[in-house]
Design a protein around this ligand. Structure first.
Ligand code: ASP
Length: 439
């Protein structure tokens, strides 16, 4: 059994957190590959080391003295090293970083040092070998991740290593320049390593006990999702639910390696298991509820629209010509409505309206703003009759006016459009009908 374990910034923010991580790793022989983030926040107002590094580097680039800022970063590591009782000294590494900052080594180089240094500390603490991610994770000239080259290099490098630490978040272009993934990218490194070593499981350790059915800022203490499929996860993350970096899914999905989201502060919790497919019955009909505010709708009416060949295409073309991506297009016989991101739309509003008049000569165009979309997602829906009915009766009881309904053909989700002011109440109503009243 082989497991890759990735630990997020809050799991590694202090020596005390490092010790919890050490206990977790040592308690399971299979936890052979470790991917650390940079030290995160120790308390609410604290600053992540990654952000300290960006700030320090920008000071250096602006030609201002940056030594004090670098010193503060060094202190964060020193505190961890001393707290763990290690005799490790990072003077040499910090001298190189200082030199590179002064020479303008780039934002990505700067940010990556958080994980690089934490990887060195982690390897020392665990007695594992250290592999610099810049030697095994590759990007092309444009900064696009090179999946095949990376997989080959990682496989070869790790094949005869028993226990190893690979820092998260970065790799290098083929000319050696350090390049990072986008923020939160250590999740992606964990996936890439899991694929390369053919892991049985990728454990992603963070500070929550898995994916929650819905946003805890809206519903108090929501249930944790015990098992979720990649498809369900994609639907929920598209609508704003975040725990895992989106790009972390692709490498593993193809390889069929499950991801287990776990809580470093509550290792006894089983967390959420993310799988390609499962015959495990979901606990509830729905798996999760997520949503986003900030949509506008463009409602187009024209008599005999249904008989006009190419009408929909021409409408969509106007949006495409203006570089605007479309969220949903519910339609009637002589009407169609296009849902778009309000902020993007506002910039192009008049061009689009003029374009629509020009190309399809509608009878009327009505605009509505401040709308929210809510996705109710669940693989259990297909088997259960009446899911839509329950959603809409719950919304009606909560006096919420439904502006739009869209059920995906996969029967994996139902999207409901409501006014922004009803957003929270709508989510609570759907949560209650499927979860609270079922417990
Ligand atoms: N340290 C990086 C960040 O703050 C990457 C990560 O934590 O995954 O975004």
């Amino acid at each position: 059994m082989k497991k890759v374990v990735k630990f997020g910034g809050s799991s590694l923010a202090s020596a005390a957190q490092f010790k919890k991580v050490g206990d977790i790793i040592r308690s399971d022989e299979a936890r052979r590959y470790v991917v650390p983030s940079a030290p995160g926040k120790r308390f609410a107002d604290d600053t992540k080391v990654t952000d300290m590094l960006y700030d320090c580097y920008h000071t250096a680039v602006a030609g201002r003295p940056f030594h004090e800022k670098l010193k503060k970063i060094e202190e964060r590591y020193q505190e961890i090293i001393e707290g763990l009782g290690l005799s490790l000294c990072l003077d040499e590494q910090f001298a190189v970083i200082e030199e590179q900052f002064a020479a303008g080594a780039g934002d990505d180089y700067a940010a990556s040092r958080g994980e690089y240094l934490n990887g060195i500390v982690m390897a020392e603490y665990l007695g594992y070998e250290f592999v610099d991610a810049a030697e095994v994770i590759f990007f092309d000239e444009q900064g696009t991740f090179l999946a095949e080259e990376t997989d080959r290099a990682l496989r070869e490098r790790l094949s005869d290593m028993e226990r190893v630490v690979v820092p998260g978040f970065y790799g290098a272009k083929l000319d050696g320049t350090v390049k990072t993934f986008s923020r939160g990218g250590s999740d992606v490194t964990g996936s890439i390593v899991a694929k390369a070593v053919d892991a049985d499981l990728y454990e992603n350790w963070t500070d929550v006990s898995g994916f929650l059915v819905t946003d805890p800022r809206i519903v108090e203490n929501p249930e944790v999702i015990s098992t979720i499929t990649y498809k369900e996860l994609r639907e929920l993350s598209y609508m704003g639910a975040t725990v895992l970096h989106e790009d972390a899914i692709f490498p593993l999905r193809k390889a069929g390696i499950p991801i287990n989201i776990r809580n470093t502060n509550k290792p006894q919790d089983r967390g959420t298991l993310i799988v390609e497919s499962t015959c495990t019955k979901p606990n509830y009909t729905i798996t999760g509820i997520a949503g986003k505010k900030g949509f506008a709708s463009i409602h187009i009416e024209k008599d005999m629209m249904n008989a006009e060949v190419g009408f929909v295409r021409k409408v969509l073309q106007v949006f495409e010509d203006n570089g605007l991506s479309i969220e949903h297009v519910p339609s009637g016989i002589d009407t169609m409505t296009v849902y778009v991101n309000q902020r993007d739309f506002q910039e192009k509003e008049q061009n689009i309206i003029a374009g629509l008049h020009r190309t399809v000569a509608p009878d009327t165009i009505e605009l509505e703003s401040d709308l929210a979309l809510i996705a109710v997602v669940g693989r259990g829906m297909r088997q259960n009759r009446g899911t839509a009915g329950r959603i809409f009766s719950a919304l009606a009881h909560a006096h919420i006016n439904v502006k739009m309904i869209d059920q995906g053909s996969s029967e994996l989700n139902i999207i409901v459009g409501v006014e922004e002011r009803d957003f929270e109440a709508a989510i609570r109503a759907v949560y209650d009908i499927f979860i609270s009243y079922q417990i």
